[in-house]
Design a protein around this ligand. Structure first.
Ligand SMILES: C[S@@+](CC[C@H](N)C(=O)[O-])C[C@H]1O[C@@H](n2cnc3c(N)ncnc32)[C@H](O)[C@@H]1O
Length: 193
């Protein structure tokens, strides 16, 4: 940069760090994330940076096509899962384009997809508690929430009580719940039993 565009060189900072562990960035707080993410850790890097950098308003990231589909999926679809709900905590997510493998050299064995995220205020509730119940619900995604959340709640009966307290059918499955549903569920009072 200093060689090629010396007039702008002071506007670029290169941070040599593990993107999964970086805990601070130099310069003014960033407002946009634009990245060709490392495909094997794309979701954790994206979620880590959204958590670390509350000033980020927008993200445009290139990821493996299947991951793009998962990130942008809505409730009730087969691609909907942990990445979809956690990304939706931070903002509205959409597919922003498909990129075939032929545009890269050497040609990789996967296709790519662009994902755009526009930040909005998160649902009212605790993020870590919400993400914990999301992880529990999708660990057994084919089971009813009453069963899938038994360990999280302490027992199937306690799971049912908390689901009912949140206004959620205990026989529903995690893939049917929105991020707002999960947040409401995480905020219910733990039951004995
Ligand atoms: C898909 S490539 C994109 C490279 C370049 N930005 C581009 O667009 O041509 C992802 C890059 O992230 C780097 N990478 C992998 N894991 C990383 C991590 N945990 N932290 C930071 N960079 C990482 C890889 O070495 C690779 O250079």
């Amino acid at each position: 940069m200093a060689d090629r565009l010396p007039a702008l060189a002071d506007r670029l900072s290169v941070v040599e760090a593990d993107a999964l562990r970086v805990d601070a960035l130099p310069g003014p707080p960033p407002t946009a994330l634009v990245a060709n993410l490392p495909y094997n850790v794309a979701v954790p890097v994206l979620l880590h940076l959204l958590e670390l950098l509350p000033t980020l308003r927008r993200a445009l990231v290139l990821v493996q096509a299947e991951v793009a589909e998962r990130l942008a999926a809505g409730p009730g679809t087969s691609a909907y899962g942990v990445p979809s709900v956690k990304a939706a905590w931070y903002g509205s997510v959409r597919r922003a384009g498909s990129i075939g493998r032929r545009v890269f050299w050497p040609e990789p064995n996967v296709d790519s997809g662009l994902v755009a995220l526009d930040r909005r205020p998160p649902p009212p509730g605790d993020r870590a508690a919400t993400f914990a119940v999301v992880d529990a619900a999708f660990a057994m995604r084919r089971k009813s929430l009453r069963s899938a959340l038994a360990r999280w709640a302490g027992s199937p009966a306690a799971a049912e009580a908390r689901l009912r307290a949140a206004g959620i059918d205990p026989h529903a499955r995690g893939e049917q719940l929105s991020v707002e549903d999960f947040t409401r569920l995480a905020g219910t009072v733990p039951q004995d039993g």
